[in-house]
Design a protein around this ligand. Structure first.
Ligand SMILES: [Zn+2]
Length: 106
């Protein structure tokens, strides 16, 4: 492998692994989006496996990539469908996440 640049995925870093472990230890093992039960022992891709989801996508706020307030536990189907949706439709974070709520005409 020498002479070849190995691209390390964001989620393979030691820092990310620590955050993931801490989240799984401190959060309820249910999907933030659909409430499905999650299995902390399931391997990635197995039924019930836990995915860590960014409420505000990394593409929008890379500075929040490791912020626990921006991270939730998610089942794989929700994480995948959300990822696809955000391609053409920016995710709207919950109002309590916004530093300055913008006024809206309801
Ligand atoms: Zn889900």
């Amino acid at each position: 492998m020498e002479g070849q640049t190995v691209v390390t995925p964001r989620t393979a870093t030691t820092r990310w692994k620590k955050i993931r472990v801490r989240l799984i230890h401190t959060r309820d093992h249910i999907c933030h989006h659909c409430g499905a039960p999650l299995n902390p022992d399931a391997k990635r891709g197995e039924p019930g496996s836990i995915e860590i989801d960014h409420l505000i996508p990394y593409a929008q706020r890379p500075d929040l990539a490791h912020d626990p307030n921006n991270l939730v536990l998610s089942c794989r189907p929700c994480n995948l469908s959300k990822g696809a949706r955000t391609l053409d439709q920016p995710y709207q974070p919950p109002t309590h996440m916004l530093p300055l709520p913008t006024s809206r005409a309801w």
